[in-house]
Structures are given as structure tokens and as C-alpha cells.
Ligand binder design. Structure first.
Ligand code: ADP
Ligand code: MG
Ligand code: ZN
Length: 677
């Protein structure tokens, strides 16, 4: 081959290579487009399927399930009276029982204490054979079993810890057509892990002895929920094996997303969904700023327990086991009678604490969220969150343990920025952990909206303001919120972060606030920039608001012993740095202030009946007092465009009821100046 030919060959190869590269590039780009299209179509498909499911459920729910014309009505009423010793059904109980007896798969969403158990216990006595009840906690099942035993209903529990003989005799009863067993409670693990049990269940089914399947706390199926349990995933198998056995799922907390997910997992797509209103009209909702020092916080709790809640029963929820123990010791040393409760306490001790609380020997239990599932004390007058909950679902459930008897009760949250990060470092690895937590922060940060309406919108309900009836701090003492442009604050805070980054330092929210206010480590403070003249509480509120709105984001780092949440710029940083961009945040505005500490309670609550009046009065005065020093922003404000130039604020003098909150009497606060341009 001549060198000329050689060259020609090389040129050809090079040309071909180029061609291939170009073609590959074009294929790759088509693949990207196709993949994007695929993603879109998959999402759209899922959405349309969800809509179809919702429509199917909706159609089912249009039937008159509340009717007394169903053939079993007479017998159901009789059992209600003679076995359960109850005269009337509560709302949603009869419709659920009717649907269940008609052979429909049902998901019942009803607030805690609404009476969900009856909805499967009563049908179990109307049918033949037994109803299988899946429940996540043995303690929950034990409570129910005890109550059923008292009523003379034959029921049993099977868990991984059941003694061998007991387990044996229960499994025998399952396939004994003469057995009187009506309700069989099992843990999801038992179903998932015991082949022997599944075999027995299949046999019982073939004999026609499996009447219904009830799944309590059914939201645990979905990892979109707040309490996902992997073993609940196995429950999908039930519908595929026992396809003609109706399933009833029960929960107190389920968003539409979770409900749809649960239906898919259980294989009951498009089933009847019955949803009771989440409004608990007798609960008073309030958020208070949590004092920064532990001592002040204990002082406030002590005062509440000794005054407003004297002789009344309640729960104080907090985050960690250590907190429960410390709080309990501190409060005990001030002469209060209370116990503490958490998951690592041994069972005997826990049950002792529970009993002392039920009997009134303990005024309150200081507890982690381990305390509560299945507790059934009607006269809980207060639930205090010493630290915010992990999610609105959790908060609703925990606070919902108050006032089950229908009489007024209070749900108070102590909010502080530092607690947000204690929780975020605990939940950030969960799929929706941060999103759920921020929902709770939004609720706590709001300065003007009705707390009840925030809860409602969270659960996809819409309530009129009359549904609150002044039973929240904001409705009781309304204010006109002041909108302030905090964009320049945001930019200064970015400077603090980049200045720290230049020193190779990451900042936590606390450090960020410190440096901004000209406190803490000197090298982190901005040179030549004077700190804003605002109280720390307000500075924290601003940082929290910017975090909720995406101007900041948390940056989690693992150390050998813990996880740390640092603050960095968020996805909206570009917008914040754009000239003229406004970030409108709401601050508490002026409200009608009661100056006279001996004044009678305000008009709107003077109509409150009975012995609760005193507690109501205190609610009113205390919340009036604290509402003004509570300088939290309103999250996700609807009308950001409605910006009005805000004048430097007036001073507001707050006075309060001597007896209840002497320490904050005549407390002065200054509302933030508008430092925007
Ligand atoms: P949930 O599971 O919805 O939280 P439960 O089933 O544990 O609620 O019921 C809460 C309490 O209400 C129980 O003490 C139960 O006996 C009681 N209860 C249920 N239905 C009725 C009713 N129709 N009338 C009065 N009390 C009821
Ligand atoms: Mg229940
Ligand atoms: Zn309200």
C-alpha cells in the first residue's frame, strides 16, 4: 500500500468516526428526550389512575350508607345495646358497619377516639366465624382484649411472643367450627413471618370461618404516612389469597395521597372511603414561644400545672427519653405529682405509670410519643407539647388525646427554633421526614391564621371560621398581620454564610443568628455591618421563615456521635439575590389589648358554660398575653404581591392576668422595623 492510500484510509476512518460520534450524540439526545417523555407519561398515567380510583370511591360513597333499612339493622342495634352497652351509634359507625356487612372493602378515616374499633367489632358479632384484626402494637391489642372480655366477647391475641400452648389452642380454634372465637388480633409480623399461621388461616378461610379482615392504623402501609411499618407491606397478600373477604382499614390520619397508596398496597383500589371530619370543636389550640432557658420553661410549665390545670389531668409530650426524665425530676422537685413514660421503660413500670395517671394519683405524664397509642382516658384537660411534633399528623394524634369526653381542653405547643433542628436531624433520612416536620413548623410559625383552619387544610378539609368558635389563640385575639419585606435580611444572612465558608466554617442556625445579631464568635460576625435592632426571637423567626420558604436549606452532616444540621443557601437563593426581589413575611400586628389585669374575661368566652369557665378565662388571658410576644412569621403567605410599605412599628404594651402569668406582666415588645429599601 502506498503512503497515499494509507493516508486516504486514515481519512476515511476519521470521517466515519466523526459520523458515528455525531449519530451517537443524536441518539443520546433522543434517548434523553424519550426518557423525559417516558417519565412524564408514567407520572401522568399514575395520576389518571389515581383520579379513576377517586371517582370510583366517590361513586360508592354516594350510596346511602347511613340507612336503617339494611336487613341487619335490628340485630346490630340489639348487639350495640346488649353487648356493648351503648345506646346510639356515633357518626360514621352505622355507615361503616353497613358497608362492611354489604361486602364492600372500606377505609374509615376518623379522628382518634371517634370509635373506630366498634366498626369491626360489632360486625364480627353479626357474622359467622371470626374477624382477623391486624394491629401494630401488642399493648393496643391487650387494651381491646380486656375491654372485650369484660363485655363477654370471645377474642384472642396472637403475636410472636404468645406462649406456645396458647398459640396452639388459638390456632386450633381458628379451624374449629364449634369455636366461639369472634375476634382474632394479630401483629403484622405474625402474618408476615409465620407460615404455620398463614396455613391455618387459609384452612379457616376454606372452611368459611374467616368472616372479615380489619386492619387498624392502616396508614402504616404507606411510606408516605408518618408511621410506615415494613411488615404492613405484606398485607397486600391478604386480598390476593382471600379475594372475597372484605377488608376494612382504619386510621386517624390519612391524607389523600396516603389513602390511595394504602388502597394500592392492599389491593382494594377504588374502595369505599369514609372520612369523618377532623374538627374537634372542644379543643383550644395555642402556640407559645418556648423560653430559651430550661429554667424559665420549667417555671412556665409549673405555673400552668399549678394554676390553670390545678386538679386536672394531662400529658406533656417531649422529644427524647432524657428530656422526659429531666422534666419529670424538675417538676417533681417543685412539688408536682407526675410520672414519665418512654419506650425503654420496662413494661411493668410503664403500666404502673399509666395506672397512676388514670387514677389521678399523677396529674400528668411527661412522655415521648411512645405514650398514647390506644390510651382511652376521657378527661384529659391538657396536652402540652414541650417540643413540637414531628409532623402535623403526629401533632393531631397527640393533641387529640385531650378532651375525648367532649368538654373543653387545651392543646399548647411550645415552639422554639432549636427544636426544629433536634427533630430534623432525627427525621431527615425518612422519605418525607423533612416535609412533614416543616408542616408542623408552619403551623407553629403562623402569626394570624386560625390554627384550626391550618389543621383542616392539612387534612384536606375546609372549615368555616365559625367552626373554630374562637377556640384558638389567633381567633380569640385576632390581629391584622403586618407584612414586611425581609429580602435585605436574607441577603445579609447569605453574607454571613459565605463569610463563614471563607473561613472554612459551616454554620448552624443558632450560629447564623448569633453572628447576624453580632454575638458569638467574632470572626463569624460581618465587619462593617451593624446588626439589626431586633430581638433574638424575631431573628430566629426570620431564619425559620426563610428556611420554610426555600431561601435556606438544611445541610446534614454525620459525626461519630450525632448528626448536625448546618444552614446553607436554598433553591430560591438566585431569586433572593435578584435585584428588586421581595420576600414578604408577616409579623403580628396590632390587636385589642386588655390593660386591666383584673378585668373579666372577654365577651366571646363569657358564654362558656359550667365549671370549665375558669379554665377558659385563663386560656383567654394567657393567650392574650403571649400572643403579642410571639413574633412568628406566617408561612406560605397567599398574597405576596399585596405588599404595602410598612411604617416603623408602635410599641405594644402587654398586660396579663396576674394569677396566671405574672412573669410576663407588662412585657414590652417592639415590632420589627422595615429595613427594606
Ligand atoms: P378510635 O379507635 O377511633 O380511637 P376507639 O374505638 O378506641 O376509638 O373508641 C374510643 C372510645 O369510644 C371507647 O371507649 C369506646 O368504647 C367509645 N365508643 C365507641 N363508640 C361509641 C358510641 N357509639 N357511644 C359511646 N361511646 C363509644
Ligand atoms: Mg383505635
Ligand atoms: Zn381559630
Amino acid at each position: 500500500m502506498t503512503s497515499k492510500e494509507n493516508h486516504k484510509n486514515e481519512d476515511d476512518e476519521e470521517a466515519e468516526l466523526k459520523k458515528i460520534e455525531i449519530e451517537l450524540k443524536s441518539i443520546l439526545s433522543k434517548l434523553v428526550t424519550l426518557n423525559e417523555r417516558k417519565e412524564y407519561l408514567l407520572k401522568r398515567k399514575e395520576k389518571l389512575e389515581d383520579i379513576a380510583l377517586l371517582k370510583k370511591s366517590e361513586k360508592l360513597s354516594s350510596r346511602n350508607w347511613d340507612s336503617t333499612d339494611f336487613p341487619w339493622y335490628g340485630k346490630a342495634k340489639e348487639i350495640l345495646k346488649n353487648v356493648f352497652k351503648i345506646d346510639e351509634f356515633r357518626p360514621f359507625q352505622l355507615p361503616t358497619i353497613n358497608a362492611c356487612m354489604s361486602g364492600e372493602d372500606v377505609i374509615l378515616i376518623m379522628p382518634t377516639g371517634g370509635g373506630k374499633s366498634l366498626c369491626y367489632q360489632l360486625p364480627a358479632l353479626l357474622g359467622k366465624g371470626f374477624t382477623l384484626v391486624v394491629s401494630p402494637l401488642v399493648s393496643l391489642m391487650e387494651d381491646q382484649l380486656l375491654a372485650l372480655k369484660k363485655l363477654g366477647v370471645s377474642a384472642a391475641i396472637l403475636s410472636a411472643n404468645s406462649p406456645k400452648e396458647e398459640s396452639f389452642s388459638i390456632q386450633k380454634a381458628m379451624v374449629d367450627k364449634f369455636s366461639s372465637l369472634r375476634l382474632l388480633y394479630v401483629t403484622p409480623e405474625k402474618l408476615a413471618k409465620s407460615k404455620r399461621f398463614m396455613a391455618k388461616l387459609q384452612k379457616a378461610y376454606e372452611m368459611g370461618r374467616l368472616f372479615r379482615v380489619a386492619i387498624d392504623e392502616v396508614h402504616c402501609c404507606s411510606h408516605w404516612g408518618h408511621d410506615f411499618r415494613p411488615d404492613y407491606n405484606f398485607l397486600g397478600v391478604l386480598k390476593s389469597i382471600f379475594n372475597d373477604i372484605p377488608i376494612i382499614g382504619l386510621t386517624a390520619t390519612s391524607t389523600t395521597k396516603v389513602t390511595i397508596d394504602v388502597q394500592k398496597i392492599l389491593g382494594i383500589q377504588g374502595c369505599l372511603v369514609l372520612k369523618a371530619s377532623f374538627n374537634r370543636p372542644n379543643l383550644f389550640y395555642e402556640v407559645r414561644p418556648k423560653p430559651s432557658s430550661q429554667k424559665e420553661c420549667i417555671d412556665e410549665l409549673e405555673k400552668l400545672l399549678k394554676n390553670r390545670y390545678q386538679g386536672k389531668s394531662g400529658i406533656v409530650y417531649t422529644t427524647s427519653i432524657k428530656d422526659t426524665e429531666e422534666l419529670m425530676m424538675e417538676l417533681r422537685s417543685r412539688g408536682l405529682r407526675l410520672g414519665c413514660y418512654h419506650a425503654t421503660l420496662d413494661a411493668e413500670l410503664r403500666s404502673k405509670v399509666h395506672k397512676k395517671w388514670i387514677s389521678g394519683e399523677y396529674q400528668a405524664v411527661v412522655a415521648t410519643i411512645a405514650f398514647g397509642l390506644g390510651i382511652d382516658k376521657p378527661d384529659v384537660r391538657f396536652v402540652i407539647h414541650h417540643s413540637i411534633s414531628k409532623s402535623m399528623e403526629n401533632f393531631y394524634q397527640e393533641s387529640g388525646r385531650a378532651g375525648r369526653d367532649g368538654l373543653p381542653a387545651d392543646c399548647i405547643v411550645f415552639y422554639r427554633l432549636a427544636d426544629v433542628f433536634r427533630l430534623s436531624t432525627m427525621v431527615f433520612t425518612q422519605q418525607t421526614g423533612i416535609e412533614n416536620l416543616y408542616g408542623m413548623v408552619d403551623y407553629s410559625l403562623d402569626v394570624s391564621r386560625c390554627r384550626r383552619s391550618i389543621i383542616a387544610s392539612h387534612f384536606g378539609e375546609q372549615w368555616e371560621s365559625t367552626d373554630c368558635n374562637k377556640m384558638c389563640d389567633h381567633c380569640l385575639a385576632p390581629c391584622i398581620p403586618r407584612k414586611v419585606n425581609i429580602a435585605s435580611y436574607c441577603r445579609t444572612l447569605y453574607k454571613v454564610i459565605s463569610n463563614a465558608a471563607g473561613l472554612d466554617v459551616k454554620v448552624t442556625a443558632q450560629k447564623l443568628v448569633d453572628a447576624w445579631l453580632g454575638k458569638g464568635a467574632t470572626n463569624l460576625r460581618l465587619k462593617g455591618v451593624s446588626p439589626p435592632a431586633i430581638p433574638r426571637e424575631q431573628a430566629e423567626a426570620i431564619v425559620a421563615y426563610l428556611l420554610m420558604e426555600g431561601y435556606f436549606q438544611e445541610d446534614f452532616h454525620f459525626t461519630a456521635y450525632s448528626t448536625i444540621s448546618y444552614i446553607k443557601r436554598g433553591p430560591k437563593a438566585v431569586e433572593a439575590l435578584t435585584e428588586g426581589h421581595q420576600i414578604m413575611m408577616e409579623f403580628p400586628g396590632k390587636k385589642i389589648i386588655k390593660e386591666d389585669s383584673t378585668a373579666t374575661p372577654s365577651k366571646e368566652i363569657s358564654s362558656t358554660k359550667s365549671s370549665e369557665r375558669n379554665s377558659q378565662k385563663n386560656v383567654a388571658s394567657t393567650s392574650l398575653a403571649v400572643a403579642n410576644v410571639h413574633t412568628n412569621p406566617k408561612p406560605k403567605s397567599e398574597t405576596k404581591s399585596q405588599c404595602s410599605k410598612v411604617k416603623p412599628s408602635d410599641e405594644i404594651i402587654v398586660s396579663s392576668d396576674e394569677e396566671v402569668t405574672p412573669t410576663i406582666k407588662k412585657r414590652k415588645i417592639v415590632i420589627i422595623d422595615d429595613d427594606s429599601d
